[in-house]
Each structure stands twice: as structure tokens, then as C-alpha cells.
Design a protein around this ligand. Structure first.
Ligand code: ZN
Length: 655
């Protein structure tokens, strides 16, 4: 493996409220060809032009509130170091993060840390030309309209209300319905559905439902319709991207998306989705549109989002290398021969690098994409599923130096191992798990694949994890160039044991057991090897100054134990041995040591880590020749959070 030179890079930007802002790198962008850089540039512009759409979708006063607060942030001449002014700044930063006045995850309206009287005073100190009143609206009228929205807890309390028994449409603050009850909305869409349609469009996905003159009707999001001015800008950039497309298939994808934005026609959207799904050869790919419907209590209206990305060639090469050696790994595993596959095929995971995040993927984002959402398209044509490598990497790197490892890792020996190898071995363990682990082994003939019932998924995850753990320490990985030396695996062994025995408990509420299959699997493996290695002190939990730590004394024997458990778990799976599965899971995976749990939670709480994270984007700057042709695109990573948000509001405000 070629050792990359680490350029110093600060992955953390700032922290406020319950949020931490990070920065991600776009490795490989500089070495892309000029046509691809140009294509990415156009698509990033198309992505940023949609920002205001999401603000408006999330609540009909969000844009005006954002503009009012931004104006205060820029122009206020009074004392900016008071607690109340700082509270306005924090509130604005949260509005930027959530694309509105409700928490991005919990959906509750923010409680301002400043009073209405103070806000009024600040507003009135500004010149009226700085105040974003609407047409024919006075400053007083604006305040009268917006203050209850900001300050009154009973006005628009939740962006999405899911409380059973309430009218979810009337009680949700999201801007997808106006003057329409839940019953009216449901009736409206029920009437559109044709019972024998095997290829139904996603009704209601791209519109707001309103009542006008007693009639329920849709305001469609399209050029010439609602959000038309933003969509025009998006299409303007998409047309440039269309000219710069890598190939005809991709050109067709972009053309269909443009058609959809022009017409709002949902059949066209399906055609676009299918074309997008089939475009697997292009290096550059993107999502730009009304995609996810979590923001609508009825699950129909789709929020606007965009991501532009390109293939991560290094990671894809890594997973291809692993899967092309799948048979060797199968043949040499510690599993009994009768449970092995004679012919095994590895899968290679598709890893992408994000170049820009926008709309509902910004600043808070997903680390994978699995689209399209249309059920019939998924069942007939499948879906595109990728993981976003550079974002996962940024989360990992940012977690360094946040005090977590310093608090929980036993000594500087383990710290050094983790610093040196953990990023490589963590990714590699995931690759081995996905590319080989799940696909290895076979059921004996006649065994019901669901024989392990409720214990099946924990056993399956344990099998895949153990396959990865066992092989991480194998010389074969060094030979293939996947690990730099035969020390590297120790980093993953240590962090796996620490996580499985202790630190994953930070995600469990006090007094609760472990329910989730991946968490159960990790505790199962860690506790089983701890117990089985007890007499030889392979690994142990030790106390120092009243704190518990994991210590590993013999990594070679630990590998042996992983191998033994892998053989046993594969036997259980192959034979469908329900009773053994039940015993393993119930004995090792479920119950939590209350005393240790309390200790771990207290130590974690003392670190004051922000539970939610999001990203600022890099900045792309085109260089042009005398005729205005793009000759290169430069990427930079220096823009701050407020700086980026204010620039986006300046340059991409089109509603
Ligand atoms: Zn898995």
C-alpha cells in the first residue's frame, strides 16, 4: 500500500448548542480531468441554487426569519458581546443548520435565549432599508407576524407532528399544506390512485396542497410554478452540466431532470430515476431534486436536496482486490470444511467521494445513498447503493483529539497504535465484513434460512464481523498491500474490544438492555472472547484510579479466539442450531453490567461532546481564459461556518 502523506487538515470548525460543525476533504479532486472538474463545478452550482427551497419547505416564515437575523448579524452596531446578542447569534446558527426554526432531528421549535423586547430593540436600531419586510409590509407588521412564530411555544411547535390521533397536517409546521385537513389531503390523493396501476408515480411528491375558493388543489414545484425562480437557476446550471456530461447516458439523465423541473410531470421523474439508476459507468454522479419525504407527516411531499460526487478509485480498488481473492479467504478460514462454500464470489462495495452537500443533505448529512425511493422502480430496476467515504473519514478524523480516546484508551501504547493504524484498519474491517463476511459459508442442505428466528440477524452480523476480525491479522493482507505491516490489526482489535465491552454503552439509556443487532453482535464477540481467554489473561478489564479500561495482553491468542468463535457461529448458522444461537445471544449480547454502564455514561458526559454533527462545504473557484472558458477549478477548505452561510444567502438567494 502506498503510504499517503498526511497534509495537516483541521476537520473541526466550531461547536454551539448541541451541534458540531466539521469540514470534509475531497481527495482526488485535483487530479480529475478538466472536463470532469468542469462538470462537477456546474453541478455544485446547481446544488447550491436550491438552498432557499428547503428553508421554505420547512416552514413558511423561515426565509424571512433567516434574512432578518442575517441582517442583524451583519448590521447591528450596538454591543455585540452581551449574552442576549450572543443568544441571537446562536439562534441564527441553529436556523442555518436546521434550514429553519425547528430542530433538524427532533423537529421541535427552538427556544430563543433572548427576549422579544430585546429583539424588537435590535430591529429598531437598524436602518429600515436593512429589514427584510415583505411587499407592502411595515416593520411593525412584520414583527407582529414573526414574533409569535419565534417566541410563542404554542405557535408552530413541531415541524413534523407524528402524534397518533391528532390532525398531523394541521399540527405540523412544515409548509407542505395550507388550509387543508389531514382527511382532505388523504382523500385528495386517494382519488388520484388507480387501483390496477403497476407503475404508480409518487403522487403529491412535488407540490404543496392548498385550498382555494373551497377547492383542494396542488401548487406544483416547477418552472413557472411554485419555487420557479430557484428551479430556473438550477436548470441554468444543469444545462451547462448537460453540455459537459461524460457520456450520452449521463446526458440523458440530466436532460430528463431538466424536463422534470420544467413540467413537474411525475412520469418524467420516474423516467429520470430509471436513467439515473442505469448510469453506473460515469465517474461523476449526482442527486438533485425532491427526494426524501420524512419532512411530511403523511410521507408524500419530498424535500429538496442535492449531492455531487465522484467514484473513490482507491477505495473501490481496495474492495475489488478483496473480492477478487474471495475464494482464498474462504478456503483458509477456520470454519469446518462442510460449512464452506466451494465457489464463493466476493462483492465489491461502491465508495464515492462527496464534492458538495446541499438542501436536506446540508449541513447535516447521510453517509450513504440508496435511491430511488419509488417502490415499483426498486422492484423492477433495483437501486443504486453507495457509501460516502470522505464523510465517514471526516467523522473519524474529527473524533481524534475530542478527548474520547484519551478518556477510554488504557495507555499510550494503545493510543499510538490507534493513531497510526485505526483509520486504515477500521475501513478495512468494514470492507472485509461487507465484501466477504456476509457472503462466506453455506447452509447445510435442508436447513431453513430463518431457523435462527429473532437471533438470526445478531448471529449474521457476528459472523461477518468475525470473518473480518480473523483476517485482519492475516499475513495475506500485508501481502496484498492492504495493511502496511503485521502490527496494524492490533489497532482494530483494541478498538473493537473497547467498543464491545465498554464504549458502545454510551448509546444505551441507563437501565436498558441492548436491542440493536449490530450492538448485540459486538458485545457478544467481545464478552465471549473475554470469558474464553480469562484463564490465560488474553484480554481483561482492569481498574485504575476508579476507572475501568480494556487491556489486551496477547493479540495472537485473541486472534485464535476470534477464529474459534467464527467456526462455532458458522456451524450454528449452517446447521440452523436455534438453541445455541439463543444461548450465545442471551448469555453474552443482551444484558448490560449496570455498574460499568453508569461509569461509562458519566465519563462520556464529562467530555461534553456534541450529539449532532454537520459539515461546511469546500469552495470551488473556476479559473477562466480571456474568452471565459474554464481552464481549471480550484478547491479550498478555508471558509468558516457563518462566512459560508452568509455567502450562500448572498449568492444563491432566489426565492
Ligand atoms: Zn453486516
Amino acid at each position: 500500500m502506498k503510504q499517503q502523506e498526511e497534509v495537516p487538515f483541521d476537520y473541526t470548525v466550531e461547536q454551539f448548542a448541541d451541534l458540531q460543525i466539521l469540514r470534509y476533504r475531497v481527495p482526488g479532486f485535483d487530479t480529475l480531468s478538466l472536463p470532469r472538474k468542469r462538470l462537477i463545478y456546474y453541478l455544485t452550482q446547481a446544488a447550491l441554487e436550491g438552498r432557499d427551497i428547503l428553508f421554505d419547505q420547512n416552514g413558511k416564515y423561515n426565509l424571512q426569519i433567516r434574512r432578518l437575523l442575517e441582517s442583524i448579524y451583519i448590521h447591528y452596531q450596538g454591543n455585540r458581546s452581551t449574552d442576549e446578542f450572543r443568544a441571537i447569534e446562536t439562534y441564527l446558527k441553529r436556523v442555518w443548520f436546521s434550514n429553519g426554526i425547528h430542530h433538524h432531528y427532533a423537529c421541535d421549535k427552538f427556544v430563543p435565549g433572548f427576549t422579544a423586547a430585546y429583539l424588537s430593540e435590535v430591529i429598531h436600531s437598524l436602518s429600515s432599508s436593512c429589514i427584510p419586510t415583505e411587499k407592502d409590509e411595515t416593520v411593525e407588521e412584520m414583527c407582529k407576524k414573526l414574533f409569535p412564530v419565534i417566541f410563542d411555544p404554542s405557535v408552530m411547535p413541531k415541524r413534523v407532528n407524528q402524534t397518533d390521533g391528532e390532525d398531523l397536517v394541521l399540527t405540523s409546521a412544515a409548509n407542505y399544506y395550507e388550509g387543508v385537513t389531514q382527511q382532505e389531503a388523504e382523500d385528495f390523493y386517494a382519488a388520484l390512485k388507480k387501483p390496477d396501476d403497476t407503475q404508480p408515480v409518487m403522487y403529491g411528491m412535488n407540490s404543496r396542497l392548498i385550498k382555494e375558493d373551497g377547492q383542494v388543489k396542488e401548487q406544483v414545484w416547477k418552472i413557472g410554478g411554485m419555487y420557479g425562480t430557484a428551479l430556473e437557476r438550477i436548470v441554468w446550471w444543469l444545462q451547462k452540466a448537460e453540455e459537459a456530461a461524460e457520456n450520452d447516458i449521463q446526458r440523458k439523465v440530466i436532460r430528463l431532470l431538466i424536463d422534470f423541473y420544467r413540467t413537474g410531470d411525475l412520469k418524467t421523474f420516474d423516467a429520470y430515476s430509471i436513467a439515473w439508476l442505469k448510469d453506473t459507468d460515469s465517474m461523476v454522479d449526482f442527486v438533485n431534486g425532491f427526494i426524501e419525504s420524512y419532512g411530511d407527516p403523511l410521507g408524500m411531499k419530498a424535500s429538496w436536496e442535492s449531492i455531487v460526487n465522484f467514484k473513490d478509485m482507491d477505495a473501490t480498488h481496495r474492495t475489488e482486490l478483496i473480492s477478487s481473492n474471495a475464494q482464498w479467504f474462504e478456503d483458509h478460514s477456520p470454519v469446518a470444511p462442510q460449512f464452506k462454500k466451494e465457489r464463493v464470489k466476493g462483492v465489491s462495495a461502491k465508495v464515492i467521494t462527496a464534492a458538495i452537500l446541499a438542501g436536506d443533505l446540508y449541513p447535516s448529512t447521510a453517509i450513504g445513498i440508496n435511491l430511488p425511493n419509488s417502490n415499483w422502480i426498486r422492484s423492477v430496476h433495483g437501486s443504486k447503493s453507495v457509501t460516502i467515504g470522505n464523510l465517514t473519514d471526516a467523522y473519524n478524523k474529527a473524533a481524534r483529539g475530542n478527548g474520547f480516546r484519551e478518556e477510554f484508551v488504557y495507555s499510550s501504547t494503545e493510543m499510538t497504535l490507534l493513531d497510526k493504524y485505526a483509520d486504515i484498519t477500521d475501513n478495512l474491517h468494514t470492507d472485509l465484513h461487507e465484501c466477504l463476511g456476509h457472503g462466506s459459508g453455506k447452509l447445510l442442505s435442508g436447513v431453513d434460512p430463518d431457523a435462527l428466528k429473532a437471533y438470526g440477524s445478531t448471529i449474521e452480523e457476528a459472523r461477518a464481523d468475525l470473518f473480518g476480525l480473523y483476517y485482519l491479522a492475516d499475513d495475506k493482507l500485508v501481502e496484498l498491500g492492504l495493511t502496511p505491516d503485521n502490527e496494524a490489526y492490533k489497532a482494530e482489535y483494541y478498538s473493537y474490544m473497547m467498543n464491545g465491552l465498554m464504549t458502545q454503552l454510551v448509546r444505551i439509556e441507563p437501565g436498558c438492555n441492548i436491542e440493536e443487532a449490530h450492538m448485540r453482535n459486538r458485545q457478544l464477540i467481545a464478552h465471549w472472547v473475554l470469558e474464553q481467554g480469562h484463564d490465560e489473561k488474553v484480554a481483561e478489564l482492569v481498574k485504575r484510579d476508579g476507572k475501568t479500561y480494556v487491556r489486551i495482553n496477547d493479540y495472537t491468542k485473541l486472534r485464535g479466539l476470534f477464529g474459534r468463535l467464527l467456526a462455532e457461529i458458522q456451524r450454528i448458522k449452517s446447521e440452523g442450531d436455534y438453541e445455541s444461537a439463543r444461548r450465545l445471544v442471551e448469555n453474552y449480547a443482551v444484558k448490560v453490567d449496570q455498574e460499568l454502564h453508569t461509569e461509562v455514561l458519566a465519563r462520556y458526559r464529562a467530555l461534553h461532546l456534541a450529539p449532532y454533527k454537520g459539515f461546511v462545504n469546500p469552495v470551488y473557484t473556476p479559473e477562466t481564459d480571456a474568452d471565459g472558458n474554464i481552464t481549471d477549478v480550484k478547491i479550498s477548505y478555508t471558509e468558516g461556518y457563518a462566512e459560508q452561510m452568509l455567502r450562500y444567502s448572498r449568492e444563491y438567494s432566489n426565492l
